[in-house]
Design a binder for this molecule. Structure first.
Ligand SMILES: CC(C)(COP(=O)(O)OP(=O)(O)OC[C@H]1O[C@@H](n2cnc3c(N)ncnc32)[C@H](O)[C@@H]1OP(=O)(O)O)[C@@H](O)C(=O)NCCC(=O)NCCS
Length: 181
């Protein structure tokens, strides 16, 4: 009896500690009131981030626009520990599985007389994930890549070039496996 009471108290405390983080804690460029941000997310430069209706950021997601901006369209879900870095435009109804890296930006490497970290950096353009895309677990999407509407990227892929709409692609580097239409 006593131990079940203790367990109930423990559960209450855990629920308070693990509750959704209220979006109002950040100064987003735009954030719809329905957005859900789970515990342990790391969000930097929130004034450069737009989150549309029903966007869900699951536990441990990292958003870091750097010099650029990140936008996420309606109903899109970014799952556990995925990391969005750089100039990123995500459409509506997109599903990003856990541990995905959207790796925007690059470092200049042409000189060998000074460290890479002092050579400046840039971006080839935004990473664009169009509507209704599913990106499998552990993928890396490289700087400037567009993944077309309705495409699927298989788990563990490294996407170095644009993927046309409604394709299923996977591998390193990702190649088209088949078309959905
Ligand atoms: C890409 C995917 C959708 C393809 O599914 P599918 O059409 O059912 O494909 P199959 O399982 O029939 O596999 C077809 C072939 O592709 C290979 N393959 C499938 N997915 C692969 C991947 N991610 N990487 C490398 N090869 C893959 C299979 O080994 C198989 O090869 P074979 O013909 O030589 O035996 C699926 O494999 C996938 O990666 N889903 C993502 C799962 C995920 O990340 N879930 C996280 C939770 S949301």
């Amino acid at each position: 009896m006593r131990s079940s009471f203790k367990n109930k108290i423990k559960m209450k405390i855990a629920n308070i500690l693990l509750k959704d983080i209220f979006a109002e804690n950040y100064k987003f460029k735009y954030c719809h009131k329905s957005v859900s941000i789970k515990y342990n997310c790391s969000i930097l430069n929130s004034e450069k981030i737009s989150l549309s209706k029903n966007v869900k950021l699951n536990y441990g997601v990292v958003l870091q626009p750097g010099y650029w901006e990140i936008s996420v369209g309606e109903n899109s879900i970014i799952n556990h520990y995925s990391c969005l870095y750089g100039d990123i435009k995500i459409g509506s109804n997109v599903m990003i599985a856990p541990h995905v890296m959207l790796a925007g930006g690059y470092h200049n490497t042409s000189r060998i007389d000074i460290p890479i970290m002092l050579q400046g950096d840039g971006s080839k353009g935004p990473i664009v994930i169009e509507d209704d895309v599913w990106i499998g677990a552990n993928c890396v999407i490289m700087d400037g890549v567009t993944i077309g509407k309705g495409s699927v990227i298989g788990a563990g892929s490294v996407v170095t070039k644009d993927i046309q709409p409604y394709k299923i692609a996977f591998g390193n580097p990702a190649k088209i496996f088949k078309s959905r239409i």
